[in-house]
Design a protein around this ligand. Structure first.
Ligand code: C5P
Length: 222
């Protein structure tokens, strides 16, 4: 059954502070969304790719993505959840979905292939996870600390996040917002399996992240 990658690339990128939506900002001369799609293609684990972009950028996205029948551009939504929902609707025949942020532009293809392999091995929800380096605290609305979860039990979660298609569709039938797709699946009571993530799958969110990404690209070239 087909593996369809859904690439949310419709964010405004406010935190990055560039004058265009984040996925269209270049890293090492190539727009992030193109890098993300190239990584998915290079993984050899994906049959089709749906890219969700802001409505006014559909044509530019088509122009900068590789010309392939396997790659399609659709209009995203106001929230990431809306964008993913639009992607699911555009690929109703998928057997598996890999949801992969355009902003994780430098994700190694091998990580993408590992997520897909775990799905084929029978896990219905698979996410890459890394140990957390900072101590994480919960705070109340005044900023007063209310708790310190044991760091050893915490993980930072990356993408691609892989799902059996029926499970992700069911998760998106509910109308709640979440910062990741596995969060919606967890609410259904489904088990989410973690695999080791990769530091190179970091999300390019702030100007410092962009500097890091540029440096990594330049180092890879020399
Ligand atoms: O905002 P955040 O960094 O969590 O965004 C993660 C990914 O989701 C980015 O690739 C962004 O373009 C995408 N996104 C989207 N539609 C939105 C908001 C974010 O496709 N409305």
């Amino acid at each position: 059954s087909p593996v369809v990658a859904l690439v949310p690339a419709a964010g405004r990128g406010v935190r990055l502070g560039e004058n265009m939506p984040k996925a269209f900002v270049a890293v090492g001369g190539t727009p992030m969304v193109r890098l993300a799609v190239d990584g998915l293609l290079a993984s050899g684990a994906v049959d089709r790719i749906i890219v969700m972009v802001p409505v006014e950028l559909v044509e530019s996205a088509v122009a900068l993505l590789p010309p392939s029948d396997a790659v399609r551009v659709v209009v995203g939504g106001a929230e990431r959840t809306d964008s993913v929902r639009a992607g699911i609707a555009a690929a109703p025949d998928a057997g598996y979905y890999l949801v992969h942020d355009a902003a994780r532009a430098l994700t190694p293809p091998a990580l993408i292939a590992r997520v897909a392999a775990e799905l084929r091995a029978g896990h219905r929800a698979v996410v890459p996870a890394l140990p957390v380096v900072d101590t994480v605290k919960t705070v109340d609305p005044h900023g007063v600390v209310t708790g310190t979860p044991d760091r050893a039990a915490l993980r930072a979660i990356q993408t691609p996040q892989g799902f059996a298609a029926d499970l992700l569709r069911a998760a998106y039938e509910t109308n709640v917002l979440a910062t990741d797709d596995a969060g919606l699946v967890e609410r259904l009571g489904a088990e989410v399996h973690t695999i080791p993530g990769d530091p190179m799958a970091f999300k390019i969110t702030t100007p410092l992240d962009l500097m890091l990404a540029e440096t990594v690209c330049n180092a890879a070239r020399s």
